[in-house]
Design a protein around this ligand. Structure first.
Ligand code: PHE
Length: 334
């Protein structure tokens, strides 16, 4: 019996290595199958004399384990071969995802809207293609008024034009709403100016209008100071210089102390310490009349600021054309 076991050991050694799944299966059938060599030897164990049984049984078990482990390791190697190894290198860094950003003008406008909403103003809008009546006539610009030359206008025909400011929306709001009115009106405006680092043929304004009983110049100053401190920072000062607009009386231009140098003078404020940000005034009674609001009962104030200019000051942009170029290297900085 021991001699037979030795022969099977040799037979097993001779059939290794098992290099295909067919070879593994044939090996299994030959040695461990129901009619296989090892199984046959186990059957003979019954006729082994009692005193040898323990020893022979142990040798048989070793034989079985040897055959089984040959099968196990060959199968493991075979499975490894069939593993799908991905062609992509999963350790490589991924392709970066490009995120979109808000345009600096949008960032500034959103912030302005937020501040005025908080101060109780709602947002209104009007058309960019406007009638002479809304852009000029109702705003107290008479036909031959020299102030019409203050703004170089793109006329479409005798009556239609591209609005030169957002002030025509004041009239549209007053026509559609009864006082009290508290509105801001952001939008695009157009002027026939030579394009340069400082001026572009279209830009953005934010108009403000408040109409109520007993509104005074102090209310205007208060709201403008509140806005300036919220937008430019709590230390900001404002300065009002007398000015002229046909649709406001009295009128003023407003400067804010430079948020970069705090009044000491720098490149952004051209060493004056001040930045000019808006025009404003008390709504002229003629404008209220044009919008069918009784100037004996109501009064109000209006203001208009250039969004592009303010964005340029905020971010230190020195060429207005950058706002229109859609150059990603510029836009990705915001
Ligand atoms: N519409 C004026 C401009 O374009 C600004 C302004 C608005 C002035 C409202 C006074 C009141 O320059």
């Amino acid at each position: 019996m021991e001699e037979q076991i030795k022969l099977v050991h040799e037979a097993i050694d001779a059939s290794l290595p098992l290099s295909s799944s067919d070879a593994i299966e044939a090996f299994r059938i030959r040695f461990l199958g129901r009619k296989g060599t090892v199984s046959a030897l186990f059957e003979q164990l019954g006729s082994v004399p009692k005193e040898q049984k323990g020893q022979v049984g142990k040798l048989l078990n070793e034989l079985k384990i040897k055959a089984q482990s040959a099968i196990d390791s060959a199968s493991a190697a075979e499975n490894g071969k069939s593993l799908v190894i991905p062609k992509t290198d999963l350790t490589l860094p991924g392709t970066p995802i490009q995120f979109g950003r808000l345009h600096p003008l949008t960032v500034v406008l959103n912030e302005m809207i937020e501040i005025f909403r908080f101060l109780g103003f709602s947002v209104a809008s009007g058309p960019e293609l406007e009638h002479d009546w809304y852009n000029f006539e109702a705003l107290n610009f008479e036909h031959d008024h020299p102030a019409r030359d203050m703004q170089d206008t793109y006329f479409i025909d005798k009556d239609l034009l591209l609005r030169t400011h957002t002030s025509p929306v004041q009239i549209r709001v007053m026509e559609n709403q009864k006082p009290p009115i508290r509105s801001i009106m952001p939008g695009r405006v157009y002027r026939n100016e030579a394009v340069s680092a400082r001026s572009y043929c279209l830009f953005h304004q934010l108009e403000g209008l408040l109409i109520d009983k007993n509104v005074s110049f102090v209310d205007l100053k208060t709201i403008l100071l509140a806005f300036a401190r919220e937008f430019f920072g709590p230390q900001t000062k404002i300065k009002l210089r007398p000015s002229y607009f046909p649709f406001t009386e009295p009128s003023a231009e407003v400067d804010v102390s430079c948020h970069l140098c705090h009044g000491k003078g720098c490149r952004v404020c051209k060493h004056s310490g001040w930045l000019e940000i808006l025009g404003c005034g008390m709504v002229d009674p003629n404008v209220l009349k044009a919008a069918k609001i009784d100037p004996e009962v109501y009064s109000g104030y209006a203001f208009g600021m250039g969004i592009d200019r303010i964005a340029m000051m905020r971010y230190g942009i020195d060429d207005i054309r950058l706002l229109w170029d859609n150059n990603l290297r510029f836009l990705q900085q915001f």
